[in-house]
Ligand binder design. Structure first.
Ligand code: M6R
Length: 361
């Protein structure tokens, strides 16, 4: 039942405020400015012993893991990174007993992720799951974990589950941070930020008419560049994947800082750029990248916390705490991908060549 929406993708995009609310419900602990994650099976002593975090997933879940790794580094100051599960399992990785491994998956059935989990367990590693489908294979094989509680996701293209994964990583990062050096004051600040998310998501979705217009305007592009820096980079990667999957427009994502090392050669009016421009310590650097693109007469659509003068268009999103900004900045670009695909008459819920869960190698 699509409840009045024309596709599951549209419905699921619009379910995100409720979905995030579910991810937070019952988990916030105001007394200690932290969160309770019941299924983690990791006591405070074990949490403190973690020296490194390695996050594994595929596609959108890998991108959620990249944002998660940044949140864990920022809030808990534990070195963390994400890698595609398939790459990890085929390169005979060094498995380290002091590393906490986290497998991320909507379906909990993705074969490459499951195989990575099994290999890790065979080598004695501690593996947690960050999974949507309760009781799925990855949820069963891991030592503990976090259910992201996005609810059923039908569209092949992941939207609300991505958002709930990133929120769940925010919870985990806060939890790990508060077993270490994150102060009570910072814990309170992050909790306040998390609580603001559902209303801010509604605010972004209320801007749908502007995004629909912009999608029509850019739907003639043969290819699009997505750029971001640090927190904005995984957002750019995910937005680029979303556009490719659902509209079949070619898109590339680059760190803004890498533009001048090659991809700037592609910039011309037929190759518009979507730039993620949070109002953080990198704002001036990002503005400089917009100038470089403008100087090559590239069209720019910015997703930012305030209107960007150098951009042709800006989608303004509400500001949260800077550590959590990545959660919100991709949401307008889900709608952008949806409306682009719609303008092009694509089969939005079932893009060609793709399956909802990839249970083969
Ligand atoms: O079920 P999973 O999260 O493990 O699936 C991983 C990818 O196959 C999935 O995210 C894929 O990239 C989606 N089509 C993205 O929209």
């Amino acid at each position: 039942d699509m409840g009045g929406h024309d596709t599951y993708m549209h419905k699921e995009i619009h379910e995100q405020a409720d979905a995030v609310d579910r991810a937070l419900r019952g988990r916030i602990d105001d007394r200690f400015s932290t969160v309770h994650l019941g299924g983690l099976n990791l006591d405070a002593r074990e949490a403190r012993a973690v020296r490194r975090v390695k996050i594994l997933g595929c596609g959108t879940s890998y991108h959620a893991g990249q944002i998660g790794a940044q949140m864990i580094e920022e809030l808990a100051r534990i070195p963390a990174d994400a890698e595609p599960a398939s790459e990890f399992r085929y390169r005979n990785p060094v498995v380290d007993p002091d590393t906490l491994y986290i497998a991320v998956s909507q379906s909990g059935e993705t074969y490459d992720v499951l195989a990575a989990v099994q290999e890790l367990k065979r080598k004695g590693a501690r593996v947690l799951g960050l999974v949507n489908v309760v009781g799925s294979a990855i949820a069963r094989e891991t030592d503990g974990g976090i259910y992201v509680h996005a609810g059923p996701e039908v569209c092949v293209v992941s939207t609300k589950c991505f958002t709930n994964m990133v929120v769940s990583f925010g919870l985990l990062a806060l939890h790990l941070g508060r077993t270490r050096d994150l102060s009570v004051a910072d814990g309170k600040r992050i909790l306040a930020g998390l609580r603001k998310l559902p209303a801010q998501i509604e605010e972004i979705l209320a801007n749908e008419a502007q995004i629909e217009e912009l999608a029509k305007e850019y739907a003639d592009a043969k290819s699009m560049m997505f750029i971001g820096r640090v927190r904005g980079y995984p957002v750019a990667r995910e937005a680029s994947l979303k556009l490719k999957e659902v509209s079949y427009i070619h898109a590339e994502a680059y760190p803004a800082s890498e533009l001048k090392h090659g991809p700037l050669a592609l910039i011309e009016p037929a190759m518009p750029t979507v730039a993620i421009v949070p109002d953080d310590e990198l704002l001036e650097k990002n503005r400089a990248a917009l100038e470089e693109i403008k100087a090559r007469s590239g069209r720019i659509l910015a997703v930012a916390h305030s209107v960007q003068e150098k951009a042709d268009h800006t989608i303004v999103v509400p500001k949260n705490e800077h550590e959590l900004d990545a959660i919100l900045m991709g949401i307008p670009l889900q709608l952008f991908a949806y409306y682009t695909a719609k303008a092009m008459g694509r089969d939005i819920d079932k893009p060609r060549n793709l399956a909802k869960s990839v249970t083969v190698e």
